[in-house]
Design a protein around this ligand. Sequence first.
Ligand SMILES: [Zn+2]
Length: 288
Amino acid sequence: MMFRFLMAILLLAAAMPPTPALAAQLRVECPEVIGIGLPFVVRVESDEPMGKLLVEWGDRKLQVSAAGNRDVQFLLGSDVLKSKPGPQALRVTRLGLSPVAVSTHVLVEKREFPEQRLTVPPEMATPPAAVQERIAREQAEVREILAGVSAVNHLSLPLMRPVPGAVSSAYGLRRFFNDLERNPHRGLDLKAALGEPVRSAAAGQVVLAADHYYGGRSVFIDHGLGVYSVYMHLDEFRTEQGAMVEAGQVIGLAGQTGRVTGPHLHLGFYVLDMAVDPSALFFPKTGQ
Ligand SMILES: [Zn+2]
């Protein structure tokens, strides 16, 4: 993977005439090109301790607290459904009395995803009118949660696997339910037997544990800085809303609730309200 290194130098000569010009440097390390749907780590280094950073990624904004450190890292990404391929602007500003900004672009590259055809009960492919309101309510609830950005960062990489099972459906698959094209697969399906323990991929706070029409029993965990993991189709919860969880803690038992063709775990992973491919985060190198 190609990486780009950027520097910003701000000369503060005018502000402090008696002393030599101070050079305040900020360095941003990020991929030059990244496939659509793949998350990536941005690393920021500063020549002096940093307070807050403002990150602007396309039309999304993120504030990152560096807590006086000279380097900090965070996750960004794009969404197979919501993002468009092409260059996307990334700007990092070190906030303070003399803000320093670095601007660059990351090329979000188009990828081809295979088709997947599934047969489900008719009411799961085309929900009856009676449940449309329920679905709309659940989608609004999920949208509101995923749009939230908590300042505390609980995330540590690489992620832990929630279940040991292999991937049965990859991220990005173009999905046809009973021959009707629906949204692409915006997560990862992992093989899991009914009743198998499901573990949190990273530390965080459970912000929702609810039974949804499509997702079935679902747990949403907030890892901070706009990063969430979601575990769907659970048979049972083993946590509750508001609980703090550690990486690897059992949060539920795998099942087949919601729109499924059999027991498995759907793992969703979101960055700034964009569904990214979590498989890229199970190992230190992204994009594989
Ligand atoms: Zn799935």
